[in-house]
Design a protein around this ligand. Sequence first.
Ligand code: GDP
Ligand code: MN
Length: 346
Amino acid sequence: DVDSAVSKPKETSDVAAPALGGKERATFVSLARNQDLWELVGSIREIEDRFNSKFHYDWVFLNDGEFSEEFKKVTSSFCSGKTKYGQISKEQWSFPPWIDTDKAAQVREEMREKKIIYGDSISYRHMCRYESGFFFRHPLLEEYDYYWRVEPGIKIYCDVDYDVFKFMRENKKSYGWTISLPEYKETIPTLWKTTKEFIKENPQYIAQDNLMEWISEDGGSSYNGCHFWSNFEVGSLDFWRSEAYLKYFEYLDKAGGFFYERWGDAPVHSIAVALFMPKDQVHFFNDIGYYHVPFHNCPIDETIRKEKKCMCAPTDDFTFRPYSCTSKFYNLMGLKKPDGWEKYAS
Ligand code: GDP
Ligand code: MN
């Protein structure tokens, strides 16, 4: 499935970074099509300017189709680390044999009429299923422990002047995020019911100090929809490769909701993080200014804004808005909110 791995010639700048004590086994990972090239280049440039020009981490690009020579040439010219290009195997990007494709087509038609976002899309469903269950098993990711997911069209608002992957390892963090919000209920009617069945059959996977309270207001009876927005993730690949998560994904996949509903990878990842990971391994990157349409994580803390040269309006910050789930995260984790947060809470 690996169509090529382009290594850039070593430049003298490659020598500078390891003064910080060596690189982590980590990579950026972007799922994209050839048509996403220029929006993705924008994202790469943001990441390079604010972070990776100092650290030179690798970048893995994945595609269900074949990357064009132009895509490879242009992206590799913007990345300061090694770039690798992989094609996704057909069986990981098609209807599994147990799925009734007529039933799936009928659902798409209903969702189209109800104008549910991406409700009529087949490719979006393959994307969500792939990001839920397969990206971390791609052969090109095998050599890495941590990843940072990057999508086309994002912005990074502040300097990231430390090695986030090293931060993850040294602080025993396994999942890092920037924006949280509730999922559209119409896309996941039976996700929670299916999750509860799984938990009932496999109670051993539930972490001691978990974040169940963050995703449920009634002790697990129902799901409040809160999820970490997965277009940004800095995480441990080993968590997704764990028995708990692999079994969970398989269970969900067999239930069919990626196709009979429109389960997103964000709620799937988030439920797993909330239930199978001790909560002290979950990290909110309050200092990584980030934008993916239509939400901003723009640090309101004056010290951070000044030190990290944040180029965003604090009035745009989504963190403490009523629709965000991040305030609840602060409360559950006993984190101190920045001074004046109430001003940005309505
Ligand atoms: P949104 O952020 O939920 O609106 O969805 P996006 O359109 O940004 O898609 C999420 C990610 O999957 C992005 O990294 C896209 O480049 C990628 N993606 C979406 N659909 C496809 C597809 O059909 N093929 C490939 N190769 N990548 C896709
Ligand atoms: Mn996107």
